[in-house]
Design a protein around this ligand. Structure first.
Ligand code: NAD
Length: 695
C-alpha cells in the first residue's frame, strides 16, 4: 500500500483485482480521492491478471459523497465525471462493495459500477435536495434507470437514506453479503459474474425502467401537486423533477446535460447557498469558545422531568426514544395520568403511521415512570423542570431540587422567558449546576433546543446539556440570559411591529399573508391563534387595552375554541381561518379611541418592518453577547420558528439584502417603528463599515 493520502491499493486475488481506497474520515470524493480512483482503475484495467475489479473502501464507510467545501469553487481535475467514466467504461466488470453509507457522489460512483453488493447495515441515498441541490454526477439519470421513475422521485425528493435490504428489493444493489465479510463476499460475487459470463451492465444503457413513465407523464404532475406545500419556495425539488423528466424523455447524454445545467444554476443560487450555510451553521452552533470539546460531562443515565403537561410529556418522549429512563413528577395523580396518557396516544399514533411497532410503543412506555414525590428525582443525572411559567413556583421547585438531587446532577429549566440566573442563584446553593433547556412545542417534534447559559452555569453543566441535545437528535444553540432568550426576544420585536401596523391600518390577515408568502409557515396572528391568545392573560388583570385583551374578554381564545384573530370554520373536514368581522370591529374601535386614522400599508412595508426589526434585535443580541455568533441566531429561527431555510435565517437574509439597505429602511420608517424601537449600534456600525454578519 502506498503511503500517500488518500491511499489506494490494488490487491490481486486470483483473477480478481481488489481496489481499496482510503481517505479518512469518510472517504469524501475530494480531488485527491478522484485522482486515486482514476489511477487505481487505470492500474486495474491494465493488469492482464485482473478479470474483474472490486471497488471497496477502508474505514467506516464507502465513498461518503462529494466534498461540499468544493461546491461553487472552480473544479479541480480530475472531475468526478472522469473518475466515473474510468469505472463505467472499464473493459472488465467492476463491482462496488458498499458498507456504511453511499450517499450523493458516493452512490453516483457506485451507479457507474456494473454491479453493487452491500452489507445489510449499509445505506444508499441521494440527499442533495437537502442542500438545495440535485445529484449532479449522473444520479438523476442513472437512478431512475435502475429503480424506476417513481422510486427514484421518492428517493431523490426526500433525500432519504435507504437501507441495503430495501436497495436489494429495488434492484439498486444486486446482492447482500454477510456483515463484516464485505471483501470476501464481493470477491465471491465477482467470481460468479465471471463464471456465469454476465455482461458489463452499464446502467446508462438500460431504458427498460423508464418506459412505464414515458407512457404516464402525469406522475410528474402528481408528485408536484402532492408535495406543493413541502416544496413551497424551494427551487431544488422542481429542478430534481425536471432532471428525472429529462431522463425519461431525452437521451442519456441530453439528460446529463440537463442535469449539469440545472445543477450549475442551483449551486450558484441564493437558496442553495443559504441551505449549505445553514448546514454548517448547525455544526458551528455546537462549538462554545470557552468550553472545549473535551470538557467533562455528566453521564446521563436517568432523567427527571417535573410537570407532565404540554411540554413535560413531549420532553420525556425524547429521552424514552433513545432508551433513557425518565421519571415524571406531578403534584396530582390525575395530572400525571393525563400526561402519560397523552404520551401513549402520541406513540400509538406514530405506530399507526408505521413509524414503529406496537412492541416499541410498550418499550418506550416502560421507560417512563410517574411519581408524586420530588424525592423520586434523587438519583437522576439530569432534571428538567417544565411547570407553569411562574417565578415563585419555579424557585420553590429549584429549592427542593437543591436539597434532593445528588451532587453532580444537572438542573435544567424549560422556562420560555424567565431569568435563569434568578432561578439558579436565589433558589439553589449550586447555581453552577443550573442551565436552561428551552424546548419548543411540540417538544417531541421540534428540532430546536435553546440551551441557556446562566452567569454561573459551569462548563460541565453546559457541555452536558449540549451533549444530551445531540443524543436526542436536537439542534442546539446556546443563548445567554435575557428576556425571551434568542428566539422569543426576536419574536417579540417582530410582534411589536405587527401589532403596531394593525393599529395603523393593516389587517392581521394582510400581515400574516406577507410573512407566509415570504416563506414562513404562518404569520404572527395565525401563530397566536394556534398557541392560544389566553397564554399569560387573566380576566382579573385584563384592561381591554389591546386587541388581544379584548378578544380574550370576548372569550375568543384562538383555534382551541374556534375564534381568535380569525374565525375558524370546518370546511370539508379541515379547519380554515377566515378574516373576522369581530376582530375588524375591535381594531376600528381601538383606533378610534386612540385617535388614529387608517392608512394603506403596502406589502413591502409589512415585510420590511417585521423582518428588519428582527434583524435589528438579532444585532443587539449579538452585541450583548447573548448569542455567540450571528449564525446561531439563524439556527434558532430556522429550527424553532420555521424561518425558510432557503433564506438562511434572519441574519443571513440581512446580508443578502445588504446591511446598508436594512439600516436605511429602518431609518426611513423612523417614528413608525414605535417608541420602543432603537437602532442597534452594531448594525449601524457594520453597515457603515461594509461588513456582513454571516460571510
Ligand atoms: P402546562 O400547563 O401544560 O404544564 C405544566 C404542568 O406542570 C401541569 O401539568 C402542572 O400540573 C404541573 N405542575 C405545576 N406545578 C407543579 C409542581 N410544583 N410540581 C410538579 N408539577 C407541577 O405548561 P407547559 O405549556 O407544558 O409549560 C411548561 C413550561 O414550559 C413553562 O415554563 C413554559 O413557559 C415552558 N414552555 C412552554 C412552551 C409551550 O409552547 N407550551 C414552549 C416552550 C417552553
Amino acid at each position: 500500500m502506498t503511503t500517500t493520502i488518500p491511499a489506494r491499493s490494488l490487491a490481486v486475488e486470483g483473477d480478481i483485482g481488489v481496489l481499496t481506497l482510503s481517505y479518512p474520515p469518510v472517504n469524501a470524493l475530494s480531488q485527491v480521492m478522484r485522482e486515486a480512483i482514476v489511477e487505481g482503475m487505470r492500474e486495474a484495467n491494465a493488469n492482464p491478471a485482473v478479470k474483474a475489479i472490486v471497488l471497496i473502501c477502508d474505514g467506516r464507510t464507502f465513498l461518503a459523497g462529494a466534498d461540499i467545501t468544493e461546491f461553487g469553487k472552480p473544479p479541480k481535475a480530475p472531475s468526478l465525471r472522469e473518475a466515473q467514466d474510468q469505472i463505467e467504461g472499464a473493459s472488465k466488470p467492476v463491482i462496488a462493495a458498499i458498507h456504511g453509507t453511499a450517499l450523493g457522489g458516493g452512490l453516483e460512483v457506485a451507479l457507474c459500477c456494473h454491479y453493487r453488493v452491500a452489507v445489510p447495515s449499509a445505506k444508499c441515498g441521494l440527499p442533495e435536495v437537502h442542500l438545495g441541490l440535485l445529484p449532479g454526477a449522473g444520479g438523476t439519470q442513472r437512478l431512475p434507470r435502475i429503480v424506476g421513475v417513481e422510486k427514484a422521485l421518492d428517493m431523490i425528493l426526500n433525500g432519504s437514506h435507504v437501507p441495503a435490504r430495501k436497495c436489494l428489493e429495488m434492484g439498486l444493489v444486486d446482492a447482500l453479503v454477510p456483515e463484516g465479510e464485505l471483501r470476501a463476499g464481493a470477491i465471491a460475487f465477482a467470481r460468479t459474474v465471471l463464471a456465469e459470463g454476465r455482461p458489463l451492465r452499464r446502467v446508462r444503457d438500460n431504458d427498460d425502467k423508464l418506459l412505464a413513465a414515458r407512457a404516464h407523464p402525469e406522475i410528474f404532475a402528481k408528485v408536484r401537486q402532492d408535495n406543493a406545500r413541502k416544496f413551497r419556495g424551494f427551487p431544488a425539488p422542481e429542478a430534481n423533477i425536471q432532471c428525472i423528466e429529462a431522463a425519461v424523455n431525452l437521451s442519456f447524454d441530453e439528460g446529463l446535460a440537463t442535469e449539469r445545467r440545472l445543477f450549475t444554476e442551483l449551486v450558484a443560487g441564493t437558496p442553495s447557498i443559504a441551505q449549505r450555510y445553514a448546514f454548517f451553521a448547525e455544526r458551528k452552533a455546537t462549538k462554545i469558545p470557552d468550553v472545549p470539546d473535551d470538557t467533562p460531562t455528566a453521564r446521563v443515565a436517568k432523567v427527571g422531568i417535573i410537570g407532565a403537561g404540554t411540554m413535560g410529556g413531549g420532553i420525556a418522549m425524547n429521552f424514552a426514544n433513545v432508551g433513557i429512563p425518565v421519571v415524571l413528577v406531578e403534584t396530582q395523580q390525575a395530572a400525571l395520568d393525563r400526561g402519560l396518557a397523552v404520551v401513549r396516544k402520541n406513540y400509538e399514533n406514530s405506530a399507526k403511521r408505521g413509524r414503529f411497532t406496537t412492541e416499541q410503543v410498550e418499550q418506550r412506555m416502560d421507560l417512563l415512570t410517574g411519581s408524586l414525590q420530588m424525592e423520586a428525582l434523587a438519583d437522576c443525572d439530569l432534571v428538567i423542570e417544565a411547570v407553569f411559567e411562574n417565578m415563585a413556583v419555579k424557585k420553590e421547585i429549584f429549592g427542593k431540587l437543591d436539597r434532593i438531587c445528588k451532587p453532580g446532577a444537572v438542573l435544567a429549566t424549560n422556562t420560555s422567558a424567565l431569568d435563569v440566573n434568578e432561578i439558579a442563584s436565589a433558589a439553589t446553593s449550586r447555581p453552577e449546576a443550573v442551565v436552561g433547556m428551552h424546548f419548543f412545542s411540540p417538544a417531541n417534534v421540534m428540532k430546536l433546543l435553546e440551551v441557556v447559559r446562566g452567569a454561573k452555569t459551569s462548563a460541565t453543566a453546559l457541555a452536558t446539556a449540549m451533549q444530551i441535545a445531540k443524543k436526542i437528535g436536537k439542534v442546539a444553540a446556546v443563548s445567554g440570559v435575557c428576556p425571551g432568550f434568542i428566539g422569543n426576544r426576536i419574536l417579540a420585536a417582530r410582534s411589536a411591529q405587527a401589532q403596531a401596523m394593525v393599529l395603523e391600518g393593516a389587517m392581521p390577515w394582510d400581515i400574516d399573508q406577507v410573512l407566509y408568502d415570504f416563506g414562513l409557515p404562518m404569520g404572527p396572528f395565525a401563530m397566536s391563534d394556534l398557541a392560544g391568545l389566553d397564554i399569560g392573560w387573566s380576566k382579573e388583570t385584563s384592561k381591554g387595552a389591546t386587541i388581544r385583551e379584548r378578544l380574550c374578554e370576548m372569550d375568543r381564545r384562538g383555534q382551541k375554541n374556534g375564534a381568535g384573530y380569525y374565525d375558524y370554520a370546518v370546511v370539508d373536514g379541515t379547519r380554515t381561518a377566515q378574516p373576522s368581522e369581530v376582530t375588524r370591529g375591535i381594531i376600528r374601535d381601538l383606533m378610534g379611541e386612540q385617535g388614529k386614522v387608517a392608512r394603506a400599508i403596502g406589502k413591502e412595508e409589512i415585510l420590511e418592518r417585521c423582518v428588519y426589526a428582527m434583524v435589528n434585535e438579532g444585532a443587539k443580541i449579538l452585541d450583548e453577547g447573548i448569542a455567540i455568533r450571528a449564525s446561531d441566531i439563524d439556527v434558532v429561527w430556522v429550527n424553532g420558528y420555521g424561518w425558510p431555510v432557503y433564506r438562511g435565517g434572519p441574519m443571513f437574509y440581512a446580508d443578502t439584502v445588504g446591511l446598508p439597505t436594512v439600516v436605511a429602511r429602518l431609518q426611513a420608517y423612523g417614528d413608525r417603528m414605535g417608541p420602543g424601537f432603537t437602532l442597534s449600534p452594531l448594525l449601524e456600525r457594520m453597515a457603515a463599515e461594509g461588513k456582513s454578519f454571516t460571510r
